[in-house]
Design a protein around this ligand. Structure first.
Ligand code: AMP
Length: 174
């Protein structure tokens, strides 16, 4: 099996979680396998296309796991975009709707400097609301968002349409 096929085989579908009708893509079996976890980080890092990345931004909470590893591999800093009320310093906020509910995300206003090259990383692109809110936050800080990369994309939810012209990469598409 190729790396991608092995990753796909490891992702577990959990029906009706966290609500009836949602098929939750459980990535914990990927994390629990040292080789698969490393492979996922390597492949996500390759989506930067060799560009020098200053900051890898991860989205609360599963996005942190992948973004932190990718940041280390790319010798970039890691920046968290968090759910409302979790960050201690001065923040920018952005509201959005997601596949199951509504949310507000925040970033520390000094986490990314103007002009810094940023790679946005999350575990899964669903409706795109979360990633679009994160991109708006980053652009409000004058960051240069070079791409958004996901382990998984639920293509039928057309999340990439919310992200405009930004290059979008996903390792596994459903
Ligand atoms: P969205 O804003 O709709 O693109 O939602 C993306 C966020 O919600 C990601 O951070 C995912 O972690 C989570 N998410 C949404 N739908 C699913 C799903 N079916 N399985 C696992 N995580 C999901």
């Amino acid at each position: 099996m190729s790396g991608i096929d092995e990753l796909a085989a490891a992702v577990r579908d959990v029906e009706d979680f966290p609500k009836p009708g949602i098929i939750f893509k459980d990535i914990t079996p990927v994390l629990g396998d040292a080789d698969l976890f490393a492979k996922s980080l390597e492949l996500l890092g390759e989506t930067a296309g060799g560009q020098k990345i200053d900051k890898v931004v991860g989205i609360d909470a599963r996005g942190f796991i992948f973004a932190a590893g990718v940041a280390q591999n790319l010798q970039a800093g890691f920046v968290p975009v968090r759910k409302e009320g979790k960050l201690p310093w001065t923040t920018r906020k952005m509201a959005y709707t997601l596949e199951y509910g509504e949310n507000v995300v925040e970033i520390h206003e000094d986490a990314v400097l103007p002009g810094e090259k940023v790679l946005l990383v999350d575990d899964l692109l669903a409706t795109g609301g979360t990633a679009a809110a994160a991109v708006r936050l980053l652009r409000a800080l004058d960051a240069d968002v070079v791409a958004a990369s996901f382990l998984i994309e639920l293509e039928f939810l057309k999340g990439r349409e919310k992200l405009g012209e930004l290059p979008i990469h996903s390792l596994l598409k459903y």
